[in-house]
Ligand binder design. Sequence first.
Ligand SMILES: [Zn+2]
Length: 137
Amino acid sequence: MRGRPMTDREAYPAAWITLAVLAGAFLLWRFVLGEPTVSRCWIWEHWHVYCPGCGGTRALMALARGQLGQALRYHPPVVVTLFLAAAYLLTQTVWRLRGKRGLVLHYHRRWPALLVGLFLVNCLVRDVLWLGFGIPL
Ligand SMILES: [Zn+2]
């Protein structure tokens, strides 16, 4: 039995809650913990291949410093995901404030699968570059 697919009714507050949790985690890491280094990826450490998340933390750090090009080099799907989330939250908020009129980006149930696919393709490309040509991340 499948439940009702998620809509803006659930996705919009969930996106704000996720943003608040991530912002809180960043502030905790930055100001309370004093920017400790993040441990290296277990998969990379043990098997010397990239996992779908490898480079994601570095991309987030680069974005936090305003280095978009560097973030794209480290992990393009992270940048795409954050851009999509920002566009979604911005258009949804403006749309709601204007009485649900104007242009808006609605959540679509295919988004999670598309983003997971993007992460997997990125991982595959990185591992082909690394294992096939010796080009590191
Ligand atoms: Zn990894």
